[in-house]
Structure formats: C-alpha cells, structure tokens
Ligand binder design. Structure first.
Ligand SMILES: Cc1ncc(COP(=O)(O)O)c(C=O)c1O
Length: 414
C-alpha cells in the first residue's frame, strides 16, 4: 500500500490524486471567471448553427455534443463526469441518479437476451437482486461465483458470457477480489469486467489501472461523503461509456440532477483528506475491536489478520472506512442493545457519511432475502461473516469518542 504520497507511485507528468480531487474537470467560468462550479439548472440549450445537431458528421458520443438537453448530461454534471474520469484514470465517465442506476445502466447496455453474466456471489444487495432476480426475466443467464476463487470464475465463464461484475472490497463482508487476475481471465475469454469500487473509493483503489473495463461508484457514499445526495458513476473508455450513455443514460433516464452533481463535487474536494483520516480512524477502531473482550472477529483490510492481506497490499492504496465485526454471544440481542445505547455512532443502514454508522446483518436473513448461497459458497461467506456481522462505516469523529461509544454499547449487561 502506498499512502505516503511517494512520487514514484504517480505516472510521470500526471497530477497526484489529492490534486486531482481539487482540480480535475474544473474550469473557470468563461463568462464570469468564477472558480467554483456554477449550478446550471437549464433543461435545454439553444442550438448553435454549424455544431452538434446541425452538423452532418456522425457523433459517436453524446457527451461530445454541445449541451442540448439535460437528460444526456448538463454543464454541471459534465464537470463531475470529468472529475470522476480523472480520479479513476479513465478516458470518460457518465454520472447517474444513483449507484444502482449506474449498475443497471451497465447491465442493460452490455447484456441482452441470450447473454450470460458472471456476478460476484456477494455484493451490494440491490445489485445482487437485480442480477439474480430481474435479469433472468429478460432472458439473460446469470451465474453467481465467489470471485476470490479464480478457478470458479474460470469455470463459470461460457462462450456467451459478455460481462463479469464484481465488488472489491465487497459489501457487506469486506472480501477482496484480485481484479487484475479476473480481468486477464475475462479478457482472454472475450468478456468485459465491471468493478463496483464504492467501498474502496478512488483514493483506495483504481480498478481501471488493474484492467477493469468499467468502474462503477455509488457517489452517494464516501465520494459525496455527507449523506445528503444520491448519485452514481460509470468510468471507462470513451467507447464503452458512450455506449452506456446512449442506451442507459438516455433510455433509462436516470440522470443526475445539477444540484446533486454540485454537492458531490463539493464532497470530492475533500475526498482524499477524508479518506486518509477515515482510514486512520478505522485502523485504530479495528485494532481496538480486535482486542475487545466482547468481540469474536474483525475483518478490515488494514489489519494484518485480514485473510487476503497480500491482495490488500497489492491493490489498495488506503484500507478505507468499512469494517465488519462479529461478537461473542447472541448478536441479535447485542444489535438491539447497540441500537438503544449508541450515542455517537448511528445505528442505521447505508454507509460512507461523515458520521459513523453501524448495522447488524444476520447471515440467514441475508441468504433468504438476497444471496441464496449454498455449499462451499455459503461456507466461504460464513468464514467471513459467521452467523452475522456488524457493518461499521467509519466517519470523521475522533477515534477516541468512537471507541468509547462502542465500548459502552458492547459491554454485556451485568
Ligand atoms: C457497494 C455499493 N454499490 C452500489 C450501491 C447503490 O448505491 P445507491 O444507493 O447510490 O443506488 C450501494 C448502496 O449501498 C453499495 O453499497
């Protein structure tokens, strides 16, 4: 892991990620000279003779057109798209209304009836349910595999496999996938690879540099980082993002609003600073939890006890803000106790805000509602999650206050 700002980790001539967070995609307003991005609220724009809709040449990407109609993109959203592309080191990006719209956009662009998707057997519940419950209704075949077992990915790929979709680290068990290995394998067999990098953020991992064709984010989480705007993004080559924009961007109609794009850009300004602090705090918290008498197991990429420590070293630049932990004793009871007793940490769903959030996810309930794993896949899940895990999203509070709050909530009634 390089979180030291080592210049050799940066391509020659390229700006460092911290600088890109503050500058990428931003241009002073050509009319007023304003430095901060404006919020452009107009739904449509006048047509300029000789350009765009008036020009005869075939335009490959709607993003190359002058601004016409805000469902394709808009000047504020476009600045966010440029920043996301710069942060992920890709040519292009598309912003969408939510992270799930970005995932659905990729699925409905690159998969049609008769195609096959290989999807991580553990990923964000909405993505897992979309893949396994909804896509088959459209004639798309889906196989769920534990992507940490490369031989299972190899065995799952068929001649009609068009896409391999994974999360690293994955929600909720914080298990990694070797992105470079999956990408090399999928490319040999003619499939694209999309990686949902929401848990890692661009500060923690850049999947396109490891061979992923498409990098997906829920901007709602750490990238916006303030729990006050929904958003999503798909980053990739000009050609692939153009396809997503012209199919999903236009026909799913899940366009990001200019107001949310502006808020998310405000979040990105501090993404690096926040993720460094959050990673430091998460390191302290996970170490504290690992030594706590009520705690059975902690899974955090920064800990030497993470089962995939070598992979963390190889593909993550910061360990991030997501911790999974299990308790000794009855965790349902403990969850109720924590919900009642926590004063600093919120007991709630979602993640990636400035305020820490924890929630209990019971393994049997996750299996019944979403993952439906059996045999070795279930054993692999349980090796991380046991009967259930607390998913802790670390915020910007002082580590000492978070530890004290968790401590008083974890103590068993006497
Ligand atoms: C890893 C991951 N991807 C995607 C999403 C969906 O994001 P959104 O809520 O912005 O649609 C989530 C939401 O929790 C997530 O955790």
């Amino acid at each position: 892991m390089d979180n030291t700002g080592d210049p050799s980790a940066v391509r020659p001539g390229a700006l460092r990620p911290e600088t890109l967070c503050v500058h990428a995609g931003l241009e002073a307003d050509p009319v007023t000279g304003a430095i901060a991005p404006n919020i452009s609220t107009s739904v449509n724009n006048v047509l300029i003779p000789g350009e765009g809709a008036f020009s005869a040449d075939g335009v490959a990407d709607l993003a190359d057109l002058p601004f016409l109609y805000a469902r394709w993109t808009n000047p504020t959203v476009r600045q966010l798209e440029k920043r996301m592309a710069a942060l992920e080191g890709t040519e292009e990006a598309l912003a969408s209304a939510t992270g799930l719209a970005a995932i659905a956009g990729v699925f409905f662009t690159f998969l049609k009836a008769g195609d096959h998707l290989v999807v991580s057997d553990v990923c964000y519940a909405g993505a897992a349910e979309l893949a396994r419950r909804i896509l088959p209704d459209y004639g798309i075949e889906v196989t769920a595999v534990n992507m940490a077992r490369i031989e299972d990915v190899e065995a799952a790929i068929r001649p009609n496999t068009r896409l391999v979709h994974l999360e690293s680290p994955c929600n909720p068990i914080v298990r990694l996938t070797d992105i470079a290995a999956v990408a090399a394998l999928a490319h040999r067999r003619g499939a694209l690879v999309s990686v949902d990098s929401t848990f890692a953020t661009p500060a923690g991992s850049q999947p396109a540099r490891l061979g992923a064709d498409l990098v997906i984010h829920s901007l709602t989480k750490f990238i916006n980082g303030h729990g006050d705007a929904l958003g999503g993004a798909v980053c990739g080559s000009k050609e692939l993002v153009a396809k997503v924009r012209s199919r999903a961007g236009v026909y799913l109609g899940a366009t990001l609003s200019a107001q949310n794009a502006w808020l998310i850009m405000r979040g990105i300004d501090t993404l690096h600073a926040r993720m460094r602090m959050i990673s430091d705090t998460a390191m302290k918290l996970s170490t504290f939890l690992e030594g706590h008498e009520a705690v059975d197991r902690v899974i955090y990429p920064g800990l030497s006890s993470h089962p995939q420590r070598d992979l963390v070293e190889a593909q993550m630049t910061l360990p991030g803000g997501m911790i999974a932990f299990r308790l000794k004793g009855d965790m349902q009871d403990a969850a109720r106790r924590m919900a009642g007793r926590l004063k600093v940490v919120h007991y709630a769903f979602s993640l990636g805000h400035q305020r820490s959030i924890v929630v209990y996810l019971d393994t049997q309930e996750m299996m019944d509602s979403t993952f439906h794993l059996e045999g070795r896949q279930l054993e692999d899940y349980r090796a991380f999650a046991g009967d259930g895990i607390f998913r802790l999203s670390v915020g910007l509070e002082a580590a000492e206050d978070l530890m004290a709050d968790l401590d008083q909530a974890l103590v068993m009634p006497g």
